[in-house]
Structure formats: C-alpha cells, structure tokens
Design a protein around this ligand. Structure first.
Ligand code: DAT
Ligand code: MG
Length: 146
C-alpha cells in the first residue's frame, strides 16, 4: 500500500506553446477539476536567469540550449498548485514528456504533438518532487511560501 498523500505544493508552468495556442485556461481547468487549489498565478516572459536556475539539472544536455530558447520565446503562466499528492498528481495529469507517446486523457497526450525539432514542446512543466517544487517556487514566486 502506498503512503497517504500529503498536502503539498507543486510548481506548474504553462509553456510558451500552451500560451500561444490559448490552452492556459484548459490546463487550469484540468488542475481545478482534479480538486487542486491555485495558490499563486503569474503571466510573464521568463528571463534567461530564471530558466537557467529552473533547468539547472539539464545543463549540458543536447536539448538544453533549444529548451532555454523555446522557454524564453514568449509568455508563460507560472502557477503554484496545492493539494494532497499534487506533485505526482499533476505529473499524471501532464502525461509523458514526449507528447507523441503521452497517453490520451493527459494534457500532453490530448493537446500536444511533435512541434519543435530539438526540444519537446509539451505545453506544461510540473515539479517532479516536493524538494524540486520548493526550489522552483522560490525561483518563480520569491514571495510565496514553498
Ligand atoms: P519533464 O518536463 O517531463 O519533467 P524533463 O525534466 O526530463 O521532462 O525535461 C525538461 C524538458 O526538456 C521537457 O519537458 C522537454 C525537454 N526535453 C527533455 N528530454 C528531451 C529530449 N530527449 N529531446 C528533446 N527535448 C527534451
Ligand atoms: Mg522535469
């Protein structure tokens, strides 16, 4: 049996492809329909510094520069989400990293395809652990409690 999920926070980004395609509301709708709460929300075009901090774990990988290029190409919506088990829960809602492989019913599976030669343009980011969430919330929302 798995442990009872705890109330926790996750950092979600609706990436520039999602913003450009008018899918921000659809992503937020799915988060709210799941029962999670929106704690903070901001529309902004990320700086290189924010993106370098956010994606530090990927520095040096072949898709790193294209990823920063793509992520700074326009506005994103940054969201702090709260709820029991929302870190793995939002990852389930988002689906697999590659939108072509992502299961139907997920954000990436339903709404994403294969845009972007060198980087997966997959509509959303979601923290992969509570520790990552705390680190990422501090980057995007310095005034919000992680
Ligand atoms: P996720 O966003 O599912 O947590 P990740 O943290 O491994 O995936 O990678 C961050 C982003 O970088 C991902 O959303 C899209 C891009 N990316 C990852 N692996 C890639 C690859 N092999 N080719 C192209 N883009 C990739
Ligand atoms: Mg990740």
């Amino acid at each position: 049996m798995t442990d009872t999920p705890q109330t926790e926070r996750s950092l979600v980004l609706v990436k520039p492809d999602g913003y450009r395609r008018g899918l921000t509301g659809e992503v937020l709708r799915r988060i709210e329909a799941k029962g999670y709460t929106l704690v903070a929300l901001s529309v902004l075009t990320p700086t290189r510094e924010q993106l370098a901090a956010h994606y530090a774990e990927h520095e040096g990988k072949p898709f790193y520069q294209p990823l920063l290029e793509f992520m700074s190409s326009g506005p994103v919506t940054a969201v702090v989400v709260e709820g029991h088990g929302c870190v793995p829960g939002f990852r389930s809602l988002a689906g697999a990293t590659d939108p072509t492989a992502a299961a139907a019913g997920t954000i990436r599976g339903d709404l994403g395809r294969d845009w972007g030669e060198k980087v997966q343009q997959n509509i959303v980011h979601g923290s992969d652990s509570p520790e990552s969430a705390a680190r990422e919330i501090a980057i995007w929302f310095p005034d919000v409690t992680p």
